[in-house]
Design a protein around this ligand. Structure first.
Ligand code: GLY
Length: 393
């Protein structure tokens, strides 16, 4: 890796700089602040206004996953910690955070969907996943606005959802309350090195001196200078378009309604979030006619009565997705440099757990076993250095 030594004036000094003020960066920063470190979060726009703001806040390892692989284990552990995390965050900050633990309903709308869900039900039951099989009548008794054309449904009572915008607002407040510095409108340009070690970050507002730096830049995580090409985080943007319907004083559903094509997430203020497309569109975070049409169609198929709901707003976000679809967590090849990125569809779900795991890696140089499959060095070409794993010491 080329050595870049900073020779300009020193602007600021922290124990650690977190690049990226999304939910992941903020969750990591909060844990480090709690440990007494001087933490600076650098956010090139406004904190939490990227993918974290665009998300729908589903906390749904059971609905979303097919295989009991390490990623499923990570997501399930993330969910297990969530309610406690929200309680703590509410207490710390006084911020209201909407949290809904009613569960999810996954209906089948066709013969093929029915067969798929039957198979899924049997497998999930064998694997101990909390799942219930509902007849059409049972599903419609729980959610009368579901289409009468559904064929059956699965209910995942342990899946939750959270108002993600409340979480990022509270997290930012928590970071500040615990002494962290959050700088908006400051873009990181390059990691600065002193010999082989990290020495800070060169930004549009001068140098931040810090012996440790976390890259938590979401889908832009590979675009920072000072990281050798072999060690760049292989993450790309995957667009999700979403819309919100104004469903009335209360939303028509208590559960989140989920299918592979579309999901309906009720909010307590009467909005119904309809998400989300999954599109390779580079960094184009537009809302398109085709995207909105897909969401409308999917929503009306699930609940024809939604046709009379006013459309309140549309937006889109860019999920950070890695080459293998799993997050990148932990020490990178350069001493002092860490990655927390690539959370794909599960950034909201995994933020608290990511904060905990990254704190272990950064403060104690430990890699908890659950984190090991997600280390950055799985992407490094052979012979280009490994991330440090001291977990066996
Ligand atoms: N977590 C759902 C999505 O990314 O659309």
């Amino acid at each position: 890796m080329p050595v870049r030594k900073w020779r300009g004036p020193v602007a600021q000094r922290s124990d650690i700089v977190v690049i990226g003020g999304g939910i992941i960066g903020l969750a990591v920063a909060r844990r480090l602040c709690l440990a007494g470190l001087a933490v600076t979060v650098l956010e090139q726009r406004r904190t939490g206004r990227g993918a974290s703001w665009a998300a729908a806040g589903m906390l749904a390892p059971y609905c979303e996953f097919d295989e009991p692989d390490p990623y499923f284990i990570l997501c399930r552990t993330g969910l297990e910690r969530y309610a406690g995390f929200i309680e703590t965050l509410r207490d710390e900050t006084g911020c209201p955070i909407e949290y809904n633990a009613t569960g999810m309903i996954y209906p089948a709308l066709s013969d093929r969907g029915l067969a798929r869900l039957e198979t899924r039900y049997e497998r999930h039951r064998r694997e101990g996943v909390p799942v219930e099989r509902l007849t059409v009548r049972e599903a419609r008794r729980l959610e009368p606005d579901l289409s009468n054309r559904i064929r059956m449904a699965l209910r995942y009572p342990a899946d939750h959802q959270v108002e993600n915008r409340d979480v990022v607002t509270a997290l930012e407040k928590s970071v500040r309350l615990h002494g962290g510095v959050v700088r908006e409108g400051v873009a990181a340009r390059s990691i600065v090195l002193d010999g082989r070690r990290v020495a800070g970050v060169d930004t549009t507002d001068g140098l931040w001196n810090a012996p440790k730096v976390v890259i938590a830049m979401g889908c832009r995580s590979r675009y920072i200078d000072g990281v050798s090409p072999a060690h760049r985080i292989p993450v790309r943007p995957v667009r999700g378009q979403i819309l919100a319907l104004r469903a009335g004083a209360v939303p028509p559903f208590r559960h989140t309604i989920f299918t592979r094509e579309v999901y309906l997430v009720p909010r307590s203020d009467g909005r119904l979030i309809v998400g989300a497309t999954v599109e390779e569109a580079g960094f184009r975070d537009e809302v398109t006619l085709g995207g909105v049409l897909q969401l409308f169609r999917g929503a009306l198929e699930l609940a024809p009565g939604l046709a009379s709901c006013p459309l309140e707003s549309t937006w889109s976000g860019l999920r950070p997705v890695t080459r293998d679809g799993w997050p990148v967590l932990g020490a990178m090849g350069t001493p002092g440099l860490f990655a927390a990125s690539g959370h794909g569809r599960n950034g909201i779900l995994l933020a608290p757990l990511t904060g905990d795991l990254m704190a272990e890696a950064i403060l104690h140089e430990r890699v908890p076993p659950i984190m090991r499959p997600f280390l950055p060095d799985r992407f490094y070409p052979a012979g280009t250095g490994e991330a440090k794993d001291d977990s066996n010491r």
